[in-house]
Design a protein around this ligand. Structure first.
Ligand SMILES: Nc1nc2c(ncn2[C@@H]2O[C@H](COP(=O)(O)OP(=O)(O)OP(=O)(O)O)[C@@H](O)[C@H]2O)c(=O)[nH]1
Length: 302
């Protein structure tokens, strides 16, 4: 795999967000960049923060002097949020004397006004390239090579992050631990290659069943998967778990040595607000998964 070539190929799909309240500058920046990237623009810091939540950009060009919250405050806000902290921010400024603020706020660079075509073009290109290279390397380290979904290493980081965000927002979140039933017999009967194919299909089915962009799935272990659903209570988690079970059954993958005669899964579900004693969420979901297995498999227990 050639990362440099992949990055080059991905560059034209990169999203750049311009945050600037002077229409002349917006027009100028768009004229420099929109032939090469997907460019959008907002006028205020508040709009920039909202835009980052719904349509995450790959790079932000941020005017320092905005009406309402300032560019530096927008930058500090985005850098304090784990979901947006890695977006490179380039400040656009005529205030050279405040240079230190840009670096301290977490900006990666700045572009002085009056805006120069070459400076904008080259700085954007080099920071975007670095960002995409970082994303690719992260993907290699954090994706499971068989199924293409996230691996256990990334799951651990993601779960810790979700827990922090939930605590901060006084919100609940759900965790589903999913295990394929009688998978040892499946491998023994149909061979490891068919076992691998089944694992890929199960991963695809789980991904397809999840609705929200913030829903998350990872391969937790050999034939185990984990799903994290932010802002979801027990009822919501149950609904998704039942839908996943239904969609796996609908795959209709023959499993002769299972009493169900088809490939099935069991799910242990819990939410952050439904933990017994001092259980950690993984431990609780795992105990519930064990109950689902004991109660006959092909079901969800919470
Ligand atoms: N093909 C394939 N099999 C795997 C992979 N990872 C784990 N497995 C198999 O998954 C099986 C898990 O078996 P067990 O933990 O005994 O559980 P089970 O047979 O699914 O039984 P229950 O979970 O009790 O329903 C083992 O045979 C593993 O070899 C993989 O990447 N590919």
């Amino acid at each position: 795999m050639n990362i440099d070539q992949e990055v080059k190929d991905t560059l034209p799909q990169s999203k750049i967000l311009i945050v600037e309240d002077q229409p002349m500058n917006v027009v100028l920046l768009q004229s420099i960049l929109s032939s090469y990237y997907q460019v959008s623009a907002v006028e205020s810091g508040e709009d920039a923060i909202n835009e980052c939540r719904t349509n995450m950009p790959d790079l932000i060009l941020l005017d320092i002097q905005l009406t309402g919250i300032s560019g530096v405050e927008v930058c500090q806000h985005l850098k304090s949020d784990p979901r947006t902290k890695d977006i490179p921010i380039i400040f656009i400024t005529s205030l050279q004397e405040h240079e230190d603020f840009f670096w301290e706020a977490g900006g990666v660079d700045f572009i002085p006004k009056p805006i120069s075509y070459k400076t904008v073009f080259n700085r954007v290109k080099s920071h975007l390239t670095l960002k995409l290279q970082r994303d690719k390397i992260k993907a290699l380290a954090f994706l499971d090579s068989l199924t293409g979904i996230y691996n256990r290493r990334y799951f651990d980081t993601h779960l810790a992050q979700t827990e922090l965000i939930s605590q901060r927002n006084d919100d609940d979140y759900a965790l589903l631990l999913i295990d394929i039933d009688f998978f040892k017999q499946f491998n023994d009967t149909y061979g490891h290659i068919n076992g691998d194919i089944a694992l890929v299909k199960v991963a695809e089915t789980i991904v397809r069943t999840l609705n929200r962009p913030s829903d998350f799935v990872a391969r937790f272990g050999g034939e185990e998967f984990a799903v994290v659903l932010p802002s979801t209570n027990l009822n919501g988690g149950k609904l998704i778990a039942e839908k996943i079970i239904e969609n796996i059954l609908a795959l209709n993958l023959t499993h002769g040595s299972s009493p169900f005669k088809r490939l099935t899964i069991s799910i242990g579900l819990t939410t952050y607000r439904n933990l017994d004693n001092n259980n950690k969420i993984i431990q609780q979901a795992d105990e519930n998964l064990y109950s689902a297995k004991r109660s006959g498999r092909n079901q969800v227990t919470h």
